[in-house]
Design a protein around this ligand. Structure first.
Ligand code: SAM
Length: 200
């Protein structure tokens, strides 16, 4: 499900980029390490701030990034035009049906997107499918606790059925063969879960 204009306002700004660079990325790196020289997939790339971070901070060799919203992919394309284009593929796509071969990525990044996917378990199974055995999955997710808050219900649009708590999200990853162990943390009283796992 695409972001509405209110969520676009909150996500597409300099403060959010600052938080992503200086708080989310260091925490993800602490939990999951770097991806030097690796081929990486970013799901729901938005305007491409995360893609830049994965190149610069995490050391990826090649990144494929997609978003369900063509407007966001266009924004990402403009933002990322200075990066080597032979190491970057941007496209419109759906996390519940990823256009990629099995076992084709060393790592997948999810910066706050799976809670937008109606069949989120399918998205998890797609991530597992495209990851190589031993491949890393980095995630930041918004839980049912946050989505139940008045602000989220009044101003933002997300699938309302069948959302997940932090524990349910991590359990589903483990169930589907992405081992997280102790490498996840909750933030803001369980509103957010951030972590890293590896495909078994
Ligand atoms: C909260 S935003 C996060 C954007 C970006 N990752 C960031 O951190 O700034 C969620 C993004 O997921 C995208 N999205 C929603 N459903 C999707 C789906 N099924 N497949 C791919 N992207 C999706 C939205 O269009 C939006 O850009």
């Amino acid at each position: 499900m695409k972001m509405n204009w209110v969520e676009k306002f909150f996500m597409n700004n300099a403060l959010r980029a600052f938080i992503q660079r200086h708080f989310e990325a260091p925490l993800l790196e602490k939990l999951g390490g770097r991806v030097d020289g690796m081929k990486v997939l970013e799901i729901g790339c938005g305007r491409g701030i995360g893609t830049g971070i994965i190149f610069e901070r995490f050391g990826a060799r090649e990144i494929h990034s997609f978003d369900v919203d063509p407007e966001m992919v266009e924004k990402a394309r403009k933002r990322l035009s200075g990066y080597p284009q032979d190491r970057l593929k941007l496209f419109v796509g759906d996390a519940a049906s990823i256009d990629a071969e099995d076992n084709s990525f060393d790592a997948v990044f999810d910066f706050w997107i799976i809670h937008h996917v109606p069949d989120w378990r399918k998205a998890v199974s797609e991530i597992r499918r495209v990851l190589k055995p031993g491949g890393k999955f980095f995630f930041g997710e918004v839980t049912s606790k946050a989505l139940g808050r008045l602000f989220y219900r009044m101003f933002l649009e997300h699938p309302s059925q069948n959302r997940f708590s932090a524990r349910e999200f991590v359990s589903e990853l483990e169930k589907q063969g992405i081992r997280v162990g102790n490498n996840s943390v909750e933030r803001f009283f369980g509103d957010f879960v951030i972590g890293a796992g590896r495909r078994v």
